[in-house]
Design a binder for this molecule. Structure first.
Ligand code: PHE
Length: 527
């Protein structure tokens, strides 16, 4: 099957598609508002540190597994799965036993879940990580496309001149009314899913790559225009100052972990999206530079989004710390105060839509690749059937955001199985994916590469296409003297290869684990 596997036309196609996956609502919708809530400049620095320490090594890891196996996440772990693995057997057995205990205490939902998961881990070992990725693809896309649908609705409203709000409370009320209207929310969500399915259905080169090559430059252009507009408003500098002046007094352990979790989400890590895109690479590409460029582009766009938003917010005297409503409530109010506000508003929401679209297609591609590779489905079927399922799941999210009580049966079912629920079905999906599936996935991907598959075979894969960078002394590399090194001299101690091995074996998994335990409340680290 791999003989006929599609490949990117070259490294540019891969990089733009992968950057398109990474750059999404996370950068433009979420990053500015969590920066606003966590005090500005200092948080930005912490985020950059997380990107460097965890984001970059794990990114390289996923792309490497993908290119090595030329498979979707499930197939990839199947291919590299060791014949037996004491750690996996112990873990699976332990979880299954816990499940039995839970059942004995009549915790039906958790009990069945733990029993099933434990048995699966015991039997399939690391392949379960691939299935976690698939599950994450389903859940993330279901709520992601609802938010993406709102951007379609808002772009339309901007065009129709309906975004005239005198103040933020009015805008907030209009936003609540919009998302609570199930007809609109579901129609917009459907439109977004149709776009995703249409693009992914055309395949890797003619669909994903082609559209990424069109949409990513558009995104950059719109973002630049919006930054120029924001910076030239009188009073904009207060926003720049907030954004770029670090005040470490405002940083807590909690905000460090938020930065870490967001680094994962923003770089599309932990669920095999980068792994799947990497599986369409051929052996000539330089994985090191590709990973670096993708991470830099993603970070750049997050920083630029802040620069497009905060100066305008401050210039018009609004607070930056309003939470998720920042771009749907504060920005329309800001645009209303600017000449030609409707045009800027329209451009902004198109920007958001473009970013969401290139991410949405990567989420769908993970699921589609599984059905094509492992189940032998035609691409068409592998796209549209899961697409329809995701649409239905997302419709539940869309309905529940406005009013959870519209879905009493769903809520009752979840409560009966798992006890209390926080937030709506939308929040359940978001929480499941962002706080559980992605960090767990990232943790196991790093652990697997560092300790089970092995740094050596992984590095051998990376060397193909990047040999002149991996084994020269780090100082020579930084000094621009990489060609000065005699390849027959024995390996120097500190090379990129060695550095990556240390990060992937120790630093990244420990950092992710600490963050995960803190988010789920098993570890208390101060505020
Ligand atoms: N990285 C995307 C964003 O920032 C979201 C995403 C997560 C996409 C995981 C694919 C996989 O919006």
């Amino acid at each position: 099957m791999s003989a006929e596997r599609e490949h990117w036309s070259g490294s540019l196609g891969f990089i733009l598609a992968a950057a398109g996956s990474a750059i999404g609502l996370g950068n433009i919708w979420k990053f500015p508002y969590i920066t606003g809530e966590n005090g500005g400049g200092a948080f930005v620095l912490v985020y950059l540190a997380c990107i460097l320490v965890i984001g970059l090594p794990v990114m390289l890891c996923e792309i490497t597994i993908g290119r090595r196996t030329q498979r979707n996440p499930v197939g990839a772990f199947n291919a590299l799965n060791p014949a037996s693995c004491a750690v996996a057997h112990a873990l699976g057995g332990g979880i299954a036993l816990t499940g039995l205990f839970l059942l004995a205490f009549r915790q039906w939902g958790w009990g069945v879940l733990a029993l099933g998961a434990g048995a699966a881990i015991f039997r399939r070992r690391w392949v379960v990580v691939g299935f976690l990725g698939l599950l994450a693809g389903f859940t993330i896309l279901s709520f992601y496309s609802v938010v993406a649908g709102w951007t379609i609705g808002y772009a339309w409203k901007a065009l129709a001149g309906q975004l005239h709000f005198a103040d933020v409370p009015t805008a907030a009320a209009a936003f609540s009314r919009f998302v609570a209207h199930p007809g609109w929310a579901i129609a917009c969500h459907l439109a977004f899913m149709l776009l995703c399915c249409a693009i992914v259905g055309r395949g890797v080169r003619r669909g994903i790559e082609r559209w990424s090559k069109i949409l990513m430059p558009v995104l950059f252009l719109i973002l630049l225009v919006l930054i120029l507009r924001g910076l030239t408003l009188p009073g904009a500098m207060a926003g720049v100052q907030f954004y770029l002046t670090p005040d470490f007094g405002k940083i807590s352990a909690g905000s460090v972990l938020i930065a870490l979790g967001h680094a994962f989400f923003s770089l599309s890590l932990g669920m095999g999206a980068m792994l799947t895109y990497g599986s369409y690479l051929d052996k000539r590409q330089n994985l090191l530079s590709a990973a670096l460029v993708i991470v830099v582009l993603d970070t750049l766009v997050a920083l630029m989004a802040g620069l497009a938003i905060f100066p305008a917010v401050f210039a018009k005297g609004f607070s930056p710390a309003v939470g998720p409503g920042l771009v749907f409530q504060v920005l329309p109010t800001v645009f209303n105060l600017i000449p030609l506000g409707g045009v800027w508003g329209f451009l902004f929401f198109v920007l958001l839509l473009v970013a969401a679209l290139t991410s949405g297609i990567s989420l769908l591609e993970v699921v589609a690749a599984y059905f094509v590779d492992e189940r032998g489905w035609s691409r068409r079927r592998a796209v549209w059937l899961p697409g329809a399922a995701i649409f239905l799941l997302g419709a539940l999210c869309a309905i529940s955001v406005g009013d959870w009580d519209r879905l009493p049966w769903l809520r009752a079912a979840i409560v009966a199985a798992f006890g209390a629920v926080k937030g709506s079905f939308f929040d359940v999906m978001d929480n499941l994916a962002s706080n559980w599936l992605l960090p767990l996935g990232g943790f196991f991907i790093a652990l697997f590469t560092g300790w089970i598959w092995g740094v050596k075979p992984a590095m051998d894969e990376i060397r193909q296409g990047a040999a002149e960078y991996t084994d020269v002394p780090l100082v020579s590399l930084l000094a621009g003297l990489k060609d000065d090194h005699d390849p027959h001299a024995h390996h120097p101690a500190m090379t990129l290869a060695a550095l990556w091995g240390i990060f992937i074996r120790f630093i990244s998994p420990v950092a992710v684990l600490v963050a995960f335990l803190h988010t789920i409340g098993w570890l208390k680290l101060g505020r």
